[in-house]
Write a protein that binds this ligand. Structure first.
Ligand SMILES: Cc1cc2nc3c(=O)[nH]c(=O)nc-3n(C[C@H](O)[C@H](O)[C@H](O)COP(=O)(O)OP(=O)(O)OC[C@H]3O[C@@H](n4cnc5c(N)ncnc54)[C@H](O)[C@@H]3O)c2cc1C
Length: 505
């Protein structure tokens, strides 16, 4: 276990407040039990010797690092707990769109591996077409260094980091909790850390999310391989990504170039592990990349919250993947993690300052409102797009590759100069087009757009654990969803040649 300690960044010594009369914290989801009298006596004992942090953040991905940064720049004592040693690998394409860039801390320099100026779209390997842009569309990063850099910024702002610290659970009452203004964060080794408020940013298999009661409406399985390629192949991909609309409803694949390595992945609804694995193998073979041994092959689940899912419980807030905050169509989650992480950090400061449960609840609800007004609206539009994509991938492909306004919209969204939600709200043509497509789908299936696709994907919420592909594969196909390189496959040649269309913007 390693731990980094910033000078003078230790927690305050706080006197117990167990006797202070407070209303029970009936929060967004459920009441926090007061616990039996004997617990309260024990709690007072624990509290008298306890060090209490203002904010404890669980998980040092983009969401957790952003939350820790936001709370630390507000001058609060912040502890960031991370189970892995950093830098750590995370299964992710590393696509950084405009909203992600806009949410980075001041002075943050993106460790870009490539700048994307062209996108080749294909429909299950066919009808490939490349569209180009003079201006950069989005950037590509490697997650280990990107995440580590975010954590460094949080540390520079004053947050203390402890790695190798796995959080088992949080408790808001009971013997480990000295008073009702305090949350106990229990680590796997039995140590208890106390905080005035907690931010759960522990990813898609979140234990803190389970405590809060996060409800999930969409679960997908992503498979990915990091494939080193020779310079000639790397050169062919430089500045260009491939997006392939896949064979299963809602699935797609991608190639993201990062210098001498290609990040190749596919994603599809969970429950189709064998088909997803086959899609990945076919995709890699079709690209002529089967002959190259991946350095890493991995899988990870992505999870989207339902509209009514809670975002807090008592003094505990959740953000990023832990809250199921993810773009439902593209499964883009870094910008969601950065944006919700920052908000969670800011509101956690207010929850920490709250003198009683009513005030804490008010602050937590404000956090929920902020999320729902921004990312919640985006997610609602994303669900409609996914429903359309599941039903009409060919239509989507033809639109984005054949209609200049659609391509321009794609470019604007990836650059961050527009959002899908904003476009649907403000652009009458976009709104009418989506409504028309909604209606066409209603007519053909008799099911409303919001329910289609999503309903098919509904899965139960995780109770901690099971974030990796082995778990997903076990559930899906009765075997591991791990992907391995095909050693005997033919040598790589060229990526699919795509007809060019004129520069769009
Ligand atoms: C295959 C795939 C490709 C993707 N590609 C993209 C992409 O190109 N662009 C994009 O924007 N998004 C992409 N995403 C989504 C993106 O990876 C996530 O949305 C993003 O990582 C969420 O960040 P986070 O900080 O919420 O969680 P994570 O990045 O998962 O961070 C959670 C952290 O918490 C730690 N942790 C977990 N449990 C505990 C515990 N009990 N105690 C302490 N620490 C704990 C973990 O070690 C981890 O460091 C992709 C996802 C997948 C699966």
């Amino acid at each position: 276990m390693s731990s980094e300690h910033a000078e003078n960044a230790g927690p305050e010594n706080t006197a117990p407040e167990g006797a202070a009369p407070e209303g029970i914290g009936v929060d967004e989801v459920s009441a926090v039990d007061e616990g039996p009298e004997t617990d309260k006596a024990a709690a007072a004992e624990v509290g008298s010797a306890a060090d209490v942090w203002d904010v404890v953040v669980v998980g040092a991905g983009p969401a957790g690092a952003s939350a820790a940064y936001a709370a630390a720049v507000a001058g609060r004592r912040v502890l960031l707990l991370e189970k892995s040693e950093l830098p750590r690998y995370k299964t992710c394409g590393g696509g950084i769109i405009g909203p992600s860039r806009d949410s980075l801390p001041p002075g943050f320099e993106l460790p870009l591996q490539d700048r994307v100026h062209a996108v080749t779209f294909s429909l299950d390997g066919r009808f490939a077409r490349t569209r180009r842009s003079r201006k950069m569309l989005f950037g590509l990063i490697n997650r280990p260094e990107f995440d580590a850099q975010l954590v460094e910024h949080a540390q520079k702002a004053g947050a203390e980091l402890r790695t190798g610290a796995t959080v088992s659970r949080v408790e808001q009452h009971g013997p480990a909790v000295p008073d009702r203004r305090t949350v106990a964060v229990v680590l796997a080794d039995g140590e208890t850390v106390l905080a005035r408020s907690v931010v759960g940013a522990d990813g898609s298999a979140s234990r803190i999310g389970a405590h809060v009661g996060v409800k999930l409406g969409q679960v997908d399985l992503g498979l990915e391989a990091e494939i080193p390629v020779p310079p000639s192949v790397a050169e062919d991909w430089k500045g260009r990504v491939l997006i392939d609309w896949g064979p299963m409803p809602g699935s797609y694949g991608w190639v993201f170039p990062k210098g001498d390595t290609l990040t190749v992945g596919v994603i599809s609804a969970r429950g189709e592990g064998a088909a997803t694995k086959r899609y990945m193998e076919d995709f890699v073979a079709r690209l002529g990349l089967s002959g190259f041994e991946p350095t890493i092959s991995s899988g990870h689940l992505t999870r989207c919250r339902t509209d009514d899912s809670p975002l807090s419980r008592g003094r505990v807030l959740v953000c990023g993947d832990a809250a199921g905050l993810l773009e439902p169509w593209t499964r883009e989650g870094i910008s969601y993690a950065l944006r919700s992480g920052r908000l969670a950090g800011e509101w956690a400061v207010r929850v920490a300052e709250a003198g009683d449960a009513v005030d804490a609840r008010r602050q937590a609800l404000n956090y929920a409102f902020a999320i729902k007004a921004g990312l919640g609206v985006e997610m609602a539009v994303g669900r409609r797009m996914l429903a359309l994509f599941e039903r009409r991938p060919g239509l989507l492909h033809a639109t984005i590759t054949g209609l200049r306004p659609a391509w321009n919209a794609f470019a604007d969204i990836t650059r961050g100069s527009a959002t899908l939600g904003g476009m649907v709200r403000s652009n009458g043509m976009a709104r009418r087009a989506l409504e028309l497509l909604d209606r066409r789908m209603d007519t053909s299936s008799g099911v409303g757009p919001a329910g289609r696709g999503i309903g098919q994907r509904e899965r139960s919420a995780p109770e901690g654990g099971g974030e990796d592909a082995a778990e997903a594969g076990g559930g899906d196909a009765g075997g591991s969803a791990e992907v391995s390189a095909v050693a005997e496959a033919p040598k790589a040649s060229e990526a699919p040649k795509a007809p060019e269309v004129p520069e769009a913007s």
